[in-house]
Design a protein around this ligand. Structure first.
Ligand code: SF4
Length: 680
């Protein structure tokens, strides 16, 4: 059963409306924005201050941790003071881990309770054992008894609930039966959902968070598919957890949340950042506005699904076009990065290629526009004088240029793979054949910008000798349709359709993801918008296994465009170019200053390309979220840190003052340390 109405356009998933106090979530409501306070909940004044600050920047639902009964009791006063400050309409949510007693207290005071099915009434022991069916049933019975009082109290008081599964904190029961998988995450939530439904309680919202956008995307898709089969229509809370800070945190959040919203899934969102929580709201607002702009734009005549398995990641199999120059292309190689430069900037290419800021994110291809025969000659002249050349040069050709007119540029490009970029419509089959032959004869490559609907008309030409030297990308004018009323609402869907059309024509050519103004859902000139749009399109495709080349042409500064491209690739797990940090956003449980610690550790380890370091304020999601981290720095007790190697805690309760040095020593011991490069 498909998990969404269409993978080619946004068809909003139909859900029931769940009231969270006076704020409706799901149904016909807009996407609700939420965040979380980071103060100690028992510091009532600070927590009220943070709640007000969040509400004032547009946060519609405020979550507060309740780590114990005393903290849960404080929620009464927090609610009263928040209401007295004029925010009675903004609901509060108690965030519960481990303690049913804290949940039973919190439900008396706030509009919604979040439970984590991985640890509610469950102490995680990481025990590896076989659960027989009888053992498993006994565990479920125990869970039923532990969870039912909260369900019945929520029902009596008209409170809503989030069953919030985290990849990092699945129960031993689930881990042993389903493993650390999206399926395990889904089953974990369904166990709790069934108990709630057995009491006739349905004011429930669900989430499936992970710090890995791919895992998160698959888990939500699987959850929706399972719910659809059981005729369940609960709203979804979307989020990528422990995403980190800065550009990287925003990118990871936008990849996971954006990709699902474009598929029509998601009713409330939280962008987790290791920054003051007020900074989360403008990012969430921008993501939600882009996605909501697509609601109601769907075309009934578009197909609904494609041949990608949405529940398992697999890189699309492509045939290499034979790029040499140390820049091979194909499923076993990372996507290649190119940047657009203005023709007049071509003489500065050597400086760009040698830019010390781009050592770990090298520009591999240069894209330049060629409008005339003189322009082609100038490109050739500039190239012949350049002291360094890219691995490949893409010439975006004016449609009026004949193949012969670009010969002067070619002779100067020896040693660089040359790619011609041209648009081809359904009526251009003969033209396409000419360009394929020219590219073959000149040992060049052809990048064809097309739309899916035109591929059948072009197929006879695409089967000619030389088409194995082709790359495909989406025609920026993809929204034009093909005259029969078909209109694509977003470029992610248009690329997916293009890949389907290529498969139907028997073509396994590489795909180039181009981020241009036309592919944006709702672009503006801010860097945040460019970053979010690139994450939606590029991240969405990469998480489907699609994409062999990448350019972010919406950013005019080539060095910045290259860095953004690499950051999106890293966020999607498609190409690692630097240290990966998994850092929680912090909350009232946090045992040290997350922001400062993250910055400090980053300053010491930011040069360790490929090393993954998790920094967690407490143990709640610690070991699980660090499943694929190399090292972990986790709050163990006030002033004490636990250090991990993988999932294994190797140093307990060490004084915080010693923790950085001990972490560096651990990294050395495990052979992952390299000395930072000296400044030039
Ligand atoms: S891991 Fe961080 S955000 Fe999560 S509960 Fe612990 S301190 Fe709070």
């Amino acid at each position: 059963m498909p998990y969404c109405g269409s993978r080619f356009q946004t068809v909003r998933r139909r859900t029931v409306e769940v009231p969270v106090g006076r704020v409706g979530v799901g149904g016909a409501n807009p996407i609700r924005l939420q965040s979380m306070t980071t103060s100690d909940t028992q510091d009532v004044a600070a927590t009220v201050r943070q709640s007000i600050a969040l509400a004032e920047v547009g946060c519609e639902i405020v979550r507060i941790t309740a780590p114990n009964v005393q903290a849960a009791r404080c929620l009464r006063e927090i609610r009263e003071k928040f209401t007295a400050a004029g925010f009675g309409a903004v609901p509060l949510v108690a965030d519960i881990h481990f303690l049913p007693s804290a949940a039973m207290e919190a439900v008396e005071h706030v509009e919604k309770v979040r439970v984590n099915p991985g640890n509610y009434a469950d102490k995680k022991r990481f025990a590896v054992r076989e659960y027989s069916d009888a053992d498993y049933d006994r565990e479920l019975q125990r869970l039923h008894e532990a969870f039912s009082p909260l369900v019945t109290r929520c029902k009596e008081l008209g409170r809503s609930m989030r069953i919030g599964t985290n990849h990092g904190s699945l129960s031993d029961r689930i881990m042993n039966r389903y493993g650390d998988t999206p399926l395990g995450m889904v089953e974990s939530a369904l166990e709790f959902l069934r108990i709630a439904e057995s009491h006739g309680y349905r004011d429930i919202i669900l989430s499936m968070k992970s710090s890995n956008p791919k895992v998160m995307i698959q888990a939500y898709r699987l959850l929706v598919e399972r719910m659809a089969r059981e005729d369940m229509h609960y709203p979804l809370h979307l989020g990528v957890t422990e995403a980190g800070d800065g550009e990287d945190g925003r990118i990871k959040g936008a990849i996971g949340i954006g990709s699902l919203l474009l598929d029509g899934l998601g009713d409330t969102i939280r962008v987790s950042l290791t920054e003051d929580s007020v900074y989360e709201i403008p990012v969430a607002r921008a993501i939600a506005d882009k996605a909501m702009g697509l609601w109601g734009s769907s075309s009934p005549s578009l197909p609904t699904t494609d041949s990608v398995d949405p529940y398992h990641f697999e890189r699309r199999q492509v045939a290499s076009p034979g790029f040499g120059n140390g820049c091979p292309v194909g499923p076993e190689h990372p996507p290649r990065v190119m940047v657009r430069v203005k023709a007049e900037s071509l003489p500065g290419t050597a400086a760009l290629l040698g830019d010390p800021r781009l050592v770990d994110c090298p520009v591999e291809g240069i894209l330049v526009r060629v409008d005339s025969e003189e322009g082609a000659a100038q490109v050739g002249s500039d190239l012949s004088k350049a002291s360094a050349r890219p691995a490949f040069l893409v010439l975006e050709l004016d449609p009026g240029l004949a193949p012969e007119s670009i010969v002067p540029a070619l002779s100067a490009a020896a040693g660089t793979a040359v790619v011609f970029l041209r648009r081809f419509g359904a009526a251009d089959a003969a033209d396409l054949a000419r360009w394929i032959e020219f590219s073959r004869a000149r040992a060049c490559f052809l990048a064809a910008a097309v739309v899916a609907d035109d591929v059948p008309a072009l197929t006879p030409s695409l089967l000619l000798p030389g088409s194995d030297r082709m790359i495909f990308t989406l025609d920026p004018d993809f929204r034009r349709g093909s005259g029969d009323g078909l209109r694509q609402s977003h470029s992610l869907g248009a690329y997916r359709r293009l890949v389907e059309a290529l498969a139907a024509a028997g073509l396994r050519s590489p795909v180039w993801i181009r981020n241009v103004p036309e592919t944006e859902v709702r672009g503006d000139n801010s860097f945040l918008s460019k970053l979010l749009e690139a994450s939606f399109l590029t991240g969405g495709l990469l998480c489907d296994g699609i994409g062999d080349f990448l350019s972010i042409e919406t950013e005019a500064d080539p060095a910045r465009a290259a860095r953004l491209a690499y950051n999106v690739l890293q966020g999607a797990g498609a190409r690692i170019s630097k240290t990966e940090f998994v850092a929680c956003p912090s909350c009232g449980r946090t045992l040290f200053d997350l922001q400062e610690t993250t910055q400090r550790i980053r300053s010491q380890t930011g040069h360790l390309k490929g090393v993954k370091i998790a920094i967690m304020g407490c143990i709640v999601n610690g070991p699980g979220e660090m499943a694929d981290a190399d090292f972990g720095y986790v709050g163990g007790a006030p002033g004490k840190i636990n250090l991990y190697v993988g999932k294994q805690c190797v140093q307990y309760n060490i004084p915080q003052a010693e923790a950085d040095a001990r972490l560096m020593a651990l990294i050395r011991e495990h052979g992952k340390w390299v000395e930072p490069a000296l400044p030039a």
